[in-house]
Design a binder for this molecule. Structure first.
Ligand code: ARG
Length: 276
């Protein structure tokens, strides 16, 4: 009798493990896994990499250079991306895209973060999460040196042919200039070409970007002292709307990098590298 009971007990136990309990456990762990979106802090740790979108046409923030015959993307934002990946203990994957496609890449989940000298303007804050500002920057005007006496103030931009990058805050600003003939192009080097051939009178970009292009092109100069509204005090990292845990984590990493003097160091190094 005792034997029978214990056999029965073993059987019951076996059946319950094989069916009910066991299955429920498998199901719940599967569920937890699939509920973690790949762009969240946990999702990024699970996949072992963070996917950063940028638009590598904007030295010293991000630009293509040839190193030993190999095309590479380098710059201030790239150093920041590498640091973030290191701090999270994951690999960094960079996707170089048109600037105006970056926020779309976040909302579809194709990108985890965007580091592209992006201003957290009020319109963009509706669409995406942004970290704190990691670099304060102003916008300015790049012109052909033959135009030096024609463009010295903001008012001088009225009625001019103004080049801007598509989807930028500079494009929005240009649209507000009276009588301006605005040419929106996909990349900044294309704007530079149009300036050199005098198809446009000026191009609007971040101050140090304009300085970098002027340094690399003898025929171009930066107009000092024109105050252009960029919609924010500087640039920040963009994330998918609602990706709050990662946003907070990045804010911690940024504050730490700033306190260590790394932000300033990366910027100076990138500017010097491009302006050698
Ligand atoms: N700061 C400007 C904006 O947010 C322009 C940024 C352009 N960035 C680039 N990587 N091309 O619209």
């Amino acid at each position: 009798m005792k034997k029978k009971i214990s056999l029965l007990l073993v059987l019951v136990l076996l059946i319950s493990i094989l069916s009910g309990c066991g299955k429920a456990q498998v199901e719940s762990s599967d569920k937890v896994k699939s509920e973690v979106e790949s762009y969240t802090l946990e999702g990024i740790k699970n996949k072992g990499k963070i996917i950063m979108g940028t638009s590598a046409d904007y030295p010293p923030f991000e630009t293509h250079v040839m190193v030993d015959g190999v095309d590479q993307i380098v710059g201030f934002d790239i150093e920041l991306g590498k640091y973030i990946a290191d701090e999270l203990g994951v690999e960094l994957e960079i996707k170089d895209m048109d600037f105006d496609k970056l926020l779309g890449g976040l909302s579809t989940g194709m990108l985890d973060i965007v580091i592209a000298a992006m201003n957290p303007s009020p319109e963009r804050l509706e669409e995406a999460n942004f970290t704190d500002i990691y670099y304060e920057s102003k916008h300015t005007v790049l012109i052909h040196k033959d135009n030096a006496s024609n463009i010295t103030t903001l008012e001088d931009l009225n009625g001019k042919r103004i080049g801007v990058q598509l989807g930028t805050t500079q494009e929005k600003f240009a649209a507000s200039i009276e009588g301006a003939d605005v040419l929106s192009l996909t990349t900044n080097p294309e704007l530079v070409m149009n300036l050199k051939t005098k198809k446009i009178d000026c191009a609007i970009m971040e101050e140090f970007v304009a300085k970098s292009f002027a340094k690399a092109n003898d025929d171009l100069i930066v107009v000092e002292g024109i105050n252009i509204d960029s919609g924010s005090e500087g640039v920040a990292i963009a994330l998918k709307k609602g990706n709050n845990e990662l946003t907070e984590k990045l804010n911690e990493i940024l504050a730490d990098a700033k306190a260590k003097g790394l932000i300033e160091k990366w910027f100076v190094e990138a500017f010097e590298l491009y302006n050698d």
